[in-house]
Write a protein that binds this ligand. Structure first.
Ligand code: SAM
Ligand code: SF4
Length: 461
């Protein structure tokens, strides 16, 4: 294929899907596909779906319906538009998608993205192609690396998947069924990807995985390496000033990773550590394999290693059997930890998971009431956390222009968004900013002094 074709990839859900969407676009680029933000212009629309939210499957079918209209309009103009469904809904539903929706040309499971060029070629001839196997080959080996211009377009902070899948089987969660067993990528392959990103100007890398701190990829000597060892290896790559990782599980938070927060200046003092509930009875029913005390102990040990560590978390309220007393335990845990923020969810049934069949499903109005009370408590903590920086200086990685003319936007070590009026040549630098005020989700900074950290001179930049 030599002619240029347009692909529109729409990503739903988590950062792992955003990463996969980029890698799909990278894999199609050598075949002449360029990305477009306008689905109506595309020759190929990929819906990279997420199964985690309620009614995820229904939402995918209604999205397919919307794209189908564009496909029919394209056909009326004599143009072929293919519709592909990828991601966790594709993995879970497989053949059912092409059965239910005539407009879908191909369904590709999350482990098969490297096969897309071949699948698309078959679909172009009218075949309807479904591949949701878990193949033995490593899809990451077969996926094309991004081009330098693409890396730059995506910004100075990049995500890299280091681990996929989950063996934990929390009773509320679909991930172990849609993403399969835990698999870790080898250290040197990740290092090569990060080196490539760094040489194109990326300064901050977030290592992602459904259970990232269960990482156990092989190192150069063929021995399993921990996430801490991976961070140490990546911290030596020139140009990489900041490392983060997400999402962690309390069970896998080991001494070595805690110590890495004290040792490695590149490892940012911010950890997303989902707890889900503060009640041991509910944690047990969730099959979380940790208690509230265990969680609090981890937080204390991590803060002993690095006093300024900020924690965020995920919570589910209204899990089957949750009483007001259980919910009070959650509020107590929140008061003890003092979070910098959190994602809060009302429990919702995921068909096929053990919790869906449990007795004691909590009425919707009770769930919503608990959700609001938890959100109010966490919002107060988030405001207090942000306000504690007013009058202090934070090192901010300036990433891009802001909405106002002359404004730049960046990230603090604690993943807060910071806005500042500053010259665009500071983009790519880590700049000390005096924090002068806070908004709802943003800090406002002022240039404190001449940037201490020079811009990374990308080779050939
Ligand atoms: N692996 C991570 C962990 O161990 O916490 C997070 C995985 S999941 C993609 C993200 C969050 O969605 C979970 O932490 C949980 O709070 C929420 N979630 C998952 N299933 C849910 C359900 N059935 N109802 C409500 N929230 C749910
Ligand atoms: Fe889902 Fe639990 Fe695995 Fe997180 S640890 S992905 S919540 S099963």
């Amino acid at each position: 294929m030599t002619n240029s074709r347009k692909v529109h990839v729409k990503s739903f859900g988590c950062q792992m899907n955003v990463y996969d969407s980029h890698r799909m676009a990278d894999t199609l680029a050598p075949g002449g596909y360029v990305e477009t933000a306008r689905p109506e212009d595309a020759d190929l629309v990929i819906l990279n779906t997420c199964h985690i939210r309620e009614k995820a499957v229904d939402k995918v079918y209604s999205e397919i319906g919307r794209i189908r209209v564009m496909k029919e309009e394209a056909a009326a103009q004599g143009r072929q538009m293919l519709i592909a469904v990828a991601g966790c809904v594709a993995q879970a539903e497989g053949q059912e998608i092409v059965r239910r929706s005539q407009a879908v040309d191909l369904v590709v499971g999350s482990q098969n993205y490297h096969k897309l060029p071949e699948m698309i070629a078959r679909a172009r001839t009218g075949e309807r192609v479904v591949d949701t196997e878990f193949p033995v080959e490593d899809k990451f080996d077969a996926l094309a690396a991004p081009r330098r211009e693409e890396i730059r377009k995506r910004g100075l902070a990049a995500f890299v998947t280091v681990q996929e899948g989950c063996d934990k089987f929390c009773t509320f969660c679909v991930v172990p069924y849609t993403r399969g067993a835990e698999v870790s990528r080898p250290v040197e392959k990740i290092a090569a990807e990060v080196e490539r990103l760094a040489s194109a100007g990326v300064r901050e890398v977030t290592l992602i995985g459904q259970n990232v701190n269960a990482y156990h990829g092989l190192d150069a000597a063929g021995a399993p390496a921990s996430l801490a060892a991976l961070c140490r290896r990546l911290s030596r790559i020139e140009g990489i000033a900041r490392l983060r990782y997400t999402t962690s599980h309390p069970r896998d938070m080991d001494e070595e990773l805690i110590a890495a927060h004290a040792e490695l200046p590149e490892l940012m003092p911010y950890v997303h550590l989902p707890v889900q509930s503060g009640s041991d009875r509910i944690l047990d029913a969730m099959n979380r394999k940790h208690s509230a005390a265990h969680y609090l102990d981890i937080v204390a040990r991590m803060r002993a290693a690095r006093a300024d560590l900020a924690f965020t978390s995920d919570f589910i309220v209204g899990f089957p059997g949750e009483t007001e007393e259980d919910f009070q335990d959650t509020l107590r845990l929140v008061e003890t930890v003092r979070f910098a923020g959190a994602y809060t969810f009302a429990y919702s049934v995921r068909p096929g998971t053990p919790a869906a069949e449990m007795e004691g499903q909590v009425p919707e109005d009770v769930k919503i009431d608990r959700l609001h009370r938890l959100q109010a408590l966490i919002a107060g903590q988030q405001r207090a956390f942000n306000a504690s920086f007013v009058g202090k200086t934070l090192d901010v990685l300036l990433e891009k222009p802001g909405r106002l003319s002359g404004q730049l936007v960046g990230k603090s070590p604690y993943l807060q968004t910071v806005q500042v009026m500053a010259a665009p040549d500071l983009i790519g630098r880590i700049v000390p900013l005096a924090i002068v005020d806070i908004g709802t989700n943003t800090l406002f900074g002022a240039l404190a002094e001449t940037p201490a950290v020079p811009a990374f001179a990308a080779a050939g930049a």
